[in-house]
Design a protein around this ligand. Sequence first.
Ligand code: SF4
Length: 452
Amino acid sequence: MKSKKLLLLNTVDKRSVDDELFVPTNGLPGFEPISLGIIAALTPKNWDVELIDENFEDFTDTDAELVGISAYTTSINRAIDISNKLRKKGIKTIIGGKHACLYPEELVNLFDSVVEGEAESVWKEIISDFENKSLKKIYKGEFIDLSDYTRPNRDIFNKYNYEIATIQFSRGCVNNCDFCGVPVLYKHTYRQRKIENVIQELKEIKQKYVFFIDDTIYCDNKSNKKIKELFIEIRKSKVNKHIIVAASINIYEDDEFLDLAHKAGVKVLYIGFESENIEDLKNVNKRMNYKSSEFHYSQAVKKIHRYKMAIMGGFISGFENDTPDKIIKRGQYILKSDIDASTLTILTPLAKTPLFENLKAENLLLHTNFPQDWIYYNACNYTIDYKNDRAEIMNAFYSSSLNLVDCRNVRKKFLKTLLRTRSYTTAKALLVLVRNFHIGTQNCWIMKKLIK
Ligand code: SF4
């Protein structure tokens, strides 16, 4: 008989800022919230642990004594609403996740406790303090040594039948793109796990599809050496998974890396292209995309296809020099290119990034009534006052995005992926990825427009 109950809640804010503009961008919709699995694994055995993932069901109520809430910046208002409701009933709430790491002081009066930093290093203390009725307002978690990584308790994921499992080999990134929250969150550090621990975890995973949620799998020479060893060991282990990873464009320059990735079972690379325009890339410091003297996207894509891997490309619109015409052309460029699938978002100054801080200093942020206004910062709203015609820019963004998800275009791309990679399993892995990207987006504007 379990003595206490812990509810772990992955929040998604499904409200619209207006009827048109909304997509919940709570991390990776449809994918296992791995950090909550780790918290479950660290919780003493005499506790009953339940997960509610709002990508699949809305939280309504609980009989738990303690609720651990995970939120990104875009879902922080949902987390605050839930905390208010629970605290009125006397249930203790703890907030963790990216936003709590960045703005603990903003949340300290809205939850019983705030975890700033990595919860793994303080979770046992939190449970002990809760049992002794002495919860502190703030717990400062350290960056843990990933040699001591705790493998997640995957039992809590069973209720949702996630099609794609998630796993993590590293934390952080060696690059410094101005719009990205990763270097800010990890204070420009980069850490890797022990290979044998990762292999053990892969063996515990029952799904065929596995997403390495590392911010990028391709780093600098020193780090890449260990990633290559990881690929070799994955192949030797015969786990036979279909793997998806995020990588930077310069991966194409390393044939050995591509070959080992392919042999380990990597089927899809998610690559942030951001823009086909070098000026845009320079403006946001996306160095690896423009540092080569000639524009190299198409040769990168061709090379990756040669290793039977498909590419999902991330693109952005709403750069400082973007016009509606440029955004329409970006959509056409993506469609004509050999990139197999894509996402198109609006340039968003994520909390505490160089982009955010610069715009704030220049008084160019359109929404600054925080925490309420964090809801606008979801990569589908215009949040920067670039003095251009925002309505026209948004219309161009809608139009390009709708074109990219048009069924005929998706079908054409799928057939081309088959031809270029000569691999049905690769094309299928890409489709599975695309489908799961959209599980959490039933409320999003794109669906509304398509239904209309
Ligand atoms: S966008 Fe990618 S490459 Fe750039 S800092 Fe973020 S994780 Fe690193």
